[in-house]
Design a binder for this molecule. Structure first.
Ligand code: HEC
Length: 112
């Protein structure tokens, strides 16, 4: 009975940890964010004049997912999606998932 419980806990922990992203590095993310700040604001506050939404306060997993969507062309490829098309090439500058996690980790430090 005790063993069963231990196994269940182990299984649960591995499900939770595999679902979570590997930790991003906010220090590397800060360097990557230098480009982003031009549109999204240095504090991630967003800039309505450029239609660049606020990123500060957004969940890292959501940011990463959107960056993946832009990079893979799920978002920002329809010619009528003017603003999405401005963002899509920016996501291409993030070479891999680690870079996305790093930039999201930095954005998380900006608060909300
Ligand atoms: C040229 C200006 C510009 C730059 C530079 C830029 N973005 Fe964007 N970004 C936008 C615009 C405009 C949108 C809104 C797209 C839309 O309406 O679908 C956006 C959307 C996003 C979104 C989706 C937000 C949401 O709520 O769905 C994320 C995440 C994002 N940008 C992150 C970044 C990161 C990280 C960088 C730096 C690598 C970056 N952006 C650089 C203009 C820019």
């Amino acid at each position: 009975m005790k063993l069963k419980f231990a196994l269940a806990v182990t299984a649960l922990v591995s499900v939770v940890s595999s679902g979570a992203m590997a930790a991003g590095d906010p220090v590397r993310g800060k360097t990557l964010y230098a480009t982003c700040g031009a549109c999204h604001g240095v504090n991630g506050e967003g800039l309505e004049a450029l239609n660049a939404p606020k990123l500060a306060g957004q969940e890292p997993w959501y940011l990463i997912r959107q960056l993946q969507n832009f990079k893979s062309g799920v978002r920002g490829t329809n010619p009528r999606d003017t603003y999405g098309m401005q963002m899509a090439p920016m996501a291409q500058t993030l070479v891999d998932d680690q870079a996305m996690e790093d930039v999201a980790a930095y954005i998380e430090t900006l608060g909300g």
